[in-house]
Design a protein around this ligand. Structure first.
Ligand code: KIV
Length: 313
């Protein structure tokens, strides 16, 4: 591989080919969501293979009560920030509700926006049925697609709410049919959300696509979690499948509480946080302040005078 095709960290960027190799070798693929520039830098440094700017940003970042209201412009803005923070991982952008369902033309235009404007390597959409047709159209337009079956939050109402899917024979067959349709449409990967492990394992064996589990057990080729669930930044409901690996919300609160109490006590800023000044400068300033009229008379800091900045650190 030439140096031009390596990231500044010296690692080759993750590609569909690399992900397929990992599947074939049985190497677990790690995917995570990220929604902003610093989070993207952290997940990149931590060595994940794939990053999804999921429409779960609607809840986690934007405070909506479901993924339905988030729009294309919001997704593009968040995805661009993540792109700027990533070097190595493969970036997938989520097509939000209403941006792909109505026609192939709409689906292609939305996918192109995420690729052209936000720099995604692939896009994701939810559901089987007509979504498989949209996936086929996007793939034909030259954009890799990730499908999403099982619990599909954009249409959770139609599924009877936020519930595990595929727990009856009828529902398990529906998950399998959706997954096979997306596989045949050319999706290179498919997310299985909230599906029994054994069901995901059986369907994975039938598919060419890389399977990505979230609440689908250990038999899928990849795992994905929502970053703010695993670092403990969200509060409130946590799905059974989400595991907390850290308590970032607690740590943030401790930090902000420390700031609040030091400002109230008058101990912040301390001597180490303040800039010094020459006493002669203070003398001149005091004389100036002693004058009744404080309006500039042009004596100081005329436009061609340069500021004598102290370094900020
Ligand atoms: O939006 C999202 O974060 C997702 C993942 C749960 C796969 O779709």
């Amino acid at each position: 591989m030439s140096s031009a095709s390596r990231t500044p960290q010296g690692k080759p960027p993750v590609t569909v080919t690399r992900l397929r190799e990992m599947k074939e070798n049985g190497d677990p693929i790690v995917m995570i969501t990220a929604f902003d520039f610093p989070s993207a830098q952290v997940v990149d440094e931590a060595g994940v293979d794939m990053v999804l700017v999921g429409d779960s940003a609607a809840n986690t970042i934007l405070g909506y009560d479901s993924t339905v209201p988030v729009g294309m412009d919001e997704m593009v803005m968040l995805t661009k920030a993540v792109r700027r923070g990533l070097k190595t991982p493969f970036l997938v952008g989520d097509l939000p509700f209403g941006s792909y369902e109505a026609s192939d033309e709409l689906a292609i235009a939305s996918a192109q926006k995420l690729v052209k404007e936000a720099g995604c390597n692939a896009v994701k959409l939810e559901g089987g049925g007509t979504s498989a047709d949209r996936a086929a159209a996007i793939v034909k337009a030259g954009i890799p697609v990730v499908g999403h079956v099982g619990l599909t939050p954009q249409t959770a109402n139609a599924l009877g709410g936020f519930k595990a899917q595929g727990r009856t024979a009828e529902r398990a067959i529906k998950v399998a049919e959706d997954a096979v349709a997306l596989d045949q449409a050319g999706c290179f990967a498919i997310v299985f959300e909230a599906v029994p492990e054994a069901v995901a394992a059986m369907i994975t064996k039938k598919l060419d696509a890389i399977t990505i589990g979230i609440g689908a057990g250990n038999a899928t080729d990849a795992q994905v979690l929502v970053l703010f669930d695993l670092i403990g930044l969200n509060e409130g409901f946590m799905a059974k499948f989400a595991k907390r690996f850290a308590d970032v919300r607690g740590e943030m609160r401790r930090g902000v509480e420390g700031y609040v109490s030091e400002v109230r006590e008058g101990t912040f800023p301390g001597p180490e946080h303040v800039y010094g000044v020459d006493p002669a400068t203070l003398e001149v300033l005091q004389q100036r302040l002693n004058r009744e009229d404080l309006e500039s008379d042009g004596t100081y800091l005329s436009s061609n005078q340069s500021w004598d900045w102290e370094p900020l650190s």
